[in-house]
Design a binder for this molecule. Structure first.
Ligand code: UDX
Length: 462
């Protein structure tokens, strides 16, 4: 059933549909804002669960006031409202429970949309959106929120397997180079592949799902990536050999900030899109610290740590010569009943002179604060881009998804940080923090600020 969207005088109507996760909502809402500034009518399709939280912690109504034609619509994510949506829930629930219900709901929204939707920008992980778009005759662009490098590795997995470089044999050297990902032959090692590649089983369901969604992304009318040519030019050229219409439109948060500041001035109040309550008290604490003296430590919106890992990290931070601002998200420490929360309270009490701990920080503001000299990160793609744009060097502790590839690129290609992959030892934490914040401070600060400068030049030119 094709709707009538013949030439009209109204602005084109774009529906933006993210995966229901914080890291995906963040960049896709910024893309939606940029399109609204350019005059498009915008529908942002959120899950009921995430929308409730967006409304609770942000001034969401202001989007429609600021951008006439911007509206939120909500659909189910396929899970009961009281599902905890924490830990490894997403890949476990996606194919069997979520996909079917989200597909039905998307179809319903599109069929009933007035004015009709002229183009869908779907999260590239939601491959079913392509089937619905084709059925209804609506053009679709896929947007991948993860890094281009990782997109390219995901795409290459069948070739790596065919070349016999996967599976990784349990006892072998994890530093072995993977030579079958074009453009990455000189630096990609076994340990830099996504973690599901560590399984002996090449039929692993998570691996198959990710490869399937990635290859499907290339069947859309175009593919958008949150990066800049300056950052990822060589890998973008590789991806373009498979799909000619690939657009690098990022870093989106910087693109949006540049446009809003140019129009309204530097002090303009930017929207936040957070699913947790932001603790702004850390900014007051940072205001009292000397320039580039604090390391910011945060591992994004999904990662969990064990009690032991958190304590190991904390000792490393405490023994280093640097003050720290640490984010410990509610329920992100895995332990027996209440044990995780207890350990956070204990660390908070013991760190008073050396650090500050919050549940959720205003991350962009923190990274741009003059007191911050380094970022201890899990290398989620948003965090990596936010650090690059702020000119802050990184210590990388990747956990899953695109993060293992990202940390390799940060340390080995861009040389703006150190990679602590596969280790969680207080002595190593201490050494890396001292390297980035004290002993090799100028070297890292210089490379990070040069990269930020190049990036800003490109943003000005777009
Ligand atoms: C996930 C994946 O892990 C990531 O690899 C993928 O690229 C996107 O989806 P997440 O793990 O949450 O995202 O990491 P990241 O991409 O870094 O996104 C986290 C976002 O939350 C960032 O935009 C960051 O600014 C924000 N954040 C994080 C806060 O605002 N406050 C915090 O305290 C922590």
């Amino acid at each position: 059933m094709e709707q009538d969207r013949s030439s009209q005088s109204r602005p084109p109507h774009v529906l933006v549909f993210p995966l229901p996760l914080q890291g995906h909502i963040n960049s896709m809402i910024k893309l939606a804002e940029l399109l609204a500034i350019a005059g498009f009518k915008l529908t942002f399709l959120n899950s009921h669960h995430n929308h409730e939280r967006l409304v609770k912690f942000n001034n969401i109504a202001a989007h429609s006031e600021r951008y006439p034609g911007f509206q939120f619509k909500t659909i189910t994510d396929g899970l009961p409202l009281n599902h905890p949506r924490s830990g490894s829930w997403f890949l476990d629930m996606f194919e069997d429970t979520m996909e079917l219900k989200m597909k039905e709901s998307l179809r319903e929204v599109l069929v009933n949309s007035s004015p009709p939707v002229d183009c869908i920008i779907g999260d590239g992980f939601l491959g079913f959106a392509l089937d619905v778009a084709k059925e209804l005759g609506i053009p679709i662009i896929f947007f991948r929120t993860s890094s281009p490098c990782c997109f390219w590795v995901y795409h290459s997995i069948p070739d790596i397997i065919q070349a016999g470089e996967l599976p990784i044999n349990g006892s072998e050297d994890m530093d072995r180079l993977i030579t079958t990902v074009p453009g990455m032959e000189t630096y990609l090692r076994c340990r830099d592949l996504p973690t599901f590649c560590r399984k002996l089983d090449i039929e692993d369901s998570s691996m198959k799902l990710v490869v399937k969604q990635t290859r499907k992304s290339l069947q859309a009318d175009a593919l958008i990536l949150n990066t800049a040519e300056e950052l990822d030019g060589p890998i973008l050229s590789q991806i373009r050999t498979k799909c000619p219409r690939v657009y690098a439109v990022g870093p989106l948060h910087a693109q949006l900030n540049t446009r809003l500041n140019a129009k309204h001035g530097e002090s303009y109040d930017h929207f936040s899109n957070t699913l947790w309550e932001v603790d702004k008290s850390c900014i007051f604490w940072l205001n009292k610290q000397p320039n580039r003296s604090v390391i910011y430590v945060s591992f994004g919106s999904i990662t969990s740590t064990s009690r032991e890992q958190l304590v190991e990290l904390w000792y490393g931070l405490l023994n280093s010569k640097t003050k720290f601002l640490l984010v410990v998200r509610p329920n992100s420490v895995i332990g027996k009943d209440g044990e995780g929360e207890d350990v956070v309270m204990e660390l908070m009490e013991k760190s008073k002179d050396r650090g500050y701990i919050v549940n959720w920080a205003p991350q962009e503001a923190v990274l741009n604060h003059p007191a911050i000299g380094g970022f201890f990160t899990h290398n989620g793609w948003n965090s990596t881009l936010e650090s690059i744009v702020a000119g802050v060097p990184m210590i990388c502790w990747p956990q899953f998804a695109d993060q293992h590839v990202n940390s390799r690129v940060v340390s080995e290609v861009w040389k703006i940080g150190l990679d602590m992959k596969d280790v969680c030892d207080s002595k190593i934490v201490e050494k890396m923090v001292n390297d980035v914040m004290v002993d090799r401070k100028e070297e890292f600060a210089k490379s990070a600020s040069e990269m930020a400068k190049e990036d800003k030049e490109e943003i000005k030119m777009v």
